[in-house]
Write a protein that binds this ligand. Sequence first.
Ligand code: HQG
Length: 179
Amino acid sequence: MKQNIKKISKFLSLVLRHKPETIGLHLDENGWVETQELLEKLAKNNKKIDLKGLKEVVENNDKKRFAFNADGTKIRASQGHSVQVNLGYAPVEPPKVLFHGTATRFLDSIKEQGLLKGNRHQVHLSKDVDTAINVGNRHGKVVVMKVKALEMHQAGFEFFVSENQVWLTDQVPVEYLEF
Ligand code: HQG
């Protein structure tokens, strides 16, 4: 079952963040799809799972990537999209420092351009070093930098925190980074 949860999670990341059209889904402007429609389209595409199974995936996903709405009729990814959605998170004051983990090979470019969002909606930041290490490890030899988040915020940059506690901002200019 664990293996299956992982497989379905990965597929959900694909359709709820990046390529909903793969199974003929359409995300609404806030990234939601009808739970029922998702189940039907998963079944049609050889990824059959029942509601209980889907709830288990949402509950047990290692990073809590997905969330149901209050009455469970809709589901979406909490962050990480490449398709355009408005997640509706309100801007909030960040902690003094946030962290970003990346690979050493990106450092030269980051020192030149600051942190850019790339394919995703926003730059992802973490509130603790361990999480940042895990994020950076995905890309290669890891390096963690500090982001002077509160200072950025005071200068007018907006910060958001997703339902699964990922900090988001549009960009981080290099003067707010500490290597
Ligand atoms: C780097 C995972 C060169 C940036 C994680 C990163 C996270 C630059 C890579 C979430 C750059 C983008 C996001 C610049 C940034 N020059 N490289 N100017 N600015 N970069 O995967 O932050 O598993 O899109 O450092 O846990 O690694 O998907 O972003 O290395 O929360 O749920 O460009 O993805 O979550 O890579 O990870 P990504 P990320 P999920």
